[in-house]
Design a protein around this ligand. Structure first.
Ligand code: SF4
Length: 258
């Protein structure tokens, strides 16, 4: 199952808005355009229950959604509940998830997470940030993805919820000059200040899709980009790539917009 949070109403940009405008003004317009373009964003991992989404998201670290979907097609038929992951030998689970990479660490994370679900939550996935991030192997990115996709209303009501920051969100946030940081927690906080809370689940998913389809790490397709006019890193406009510049220099980019 893929989930698309409800799309946001269009945001009318102020008449003079452009790539040099303050990020506070550009951010909601960029988020709304991407939200519309990608229909609220979707988790491209296959899942039917919050537990499957949690497992798939843990497995997806340092891998691709395509690979994870190939692996979980058989994994989810064999392991249906948390106790199933604890009933087999560690080596057997390692073999079953081997193709996802980092299989030893992921096996430990999965079994630790399943053990905690059994001990603390009756085998069910808790749908609060506080309880999710207390599970072994579950950091804020995973918790935000699971809560935002499996229970968007709970995500909106949860005061601890935020924005999932993966490699795409990190890169695009820097290209948009929404942040000068390299740290996911700091980037999440910067984004939370710029975007309305109701947009957080879909903003993250839409930015991820834009990063995968248009704003590639090596070759961003700026000429085809629907937010090109608002992007301070547009190569089509002869601008510097703020994400690459920061990486190359090993320091935060020079802020070019407020
Ligand atoms: S204009 Fe280029 S760098 Fe900016 S978001 Fe679009 S594709 Fe990415």
């Amino acid at each position: 199952m893929t989930t698309a949070p409800p799309t946001l109403p269009p945001v009318e940009p102020p008449a003079e808005l452009d790539r040099r405008s303050p990020k506070k003004l550009r951010a909601p317009v960029i988020a709304a355009r991407l939200d519309e373009e990608y229909d609220g964003g979707v988790v491209e991992l296959n899942w039917t229950t919050p537990f499957e989404l949690l497992v798939a998201t843990i497995l997806s670290a340092q891998s691709t959604d395509k690979k994870i979907n190939e692996v979980t097609a058989t994994l989810f038929a064999k392991y249906r509940r948390p106790e199933d992951y604890l009933a087999v030998a560690e080596e057997e689970l390692q073999r079953d998830i081997y193709q996802t990479g980092f299989f030893r660490q992921k096996t430990k994370s999965l079994r630790g997470m399943c053990e905690a679900l059994m001990e603390r939550h009756g085998g069910e996935v808790p749908l609060t940030m506080r309880e999710l991030i207390a599970l072994p192997g579950v950091a804020r990115k995973t918790a935000n993805v699971v809560l935002g996709a499996a229970a968007p209303e709970a995500h909106r009501a949860d005061r601890d919820a935020g924005i999932a920051v993966d490699t795409h969100v990190k890169r695009l946030s820097r290209r948009f000059a929404f942040t000068r940081s390299d740290d996911p927690l700091r980037i999440e906080r910067d984004l939370m200040k710029l975007l309305p809370k109701e947009s957080w689940p879909s903003a993250s998913l839409s930015i991820i899709l834009h990063g995968r389809r248009i704003c590639d790490a090596q070759r961003p397709r700026c000429a085809d980009c629907i937010v090109e006019d608002l992007c301070p890193s547009s190569l089509a406009a002869g601008r510097r790539d703020l994400a690459r510049q920061a990486k190359g220099m090993g320091q935060a980019p020079v802020a070019e917009t407020a």
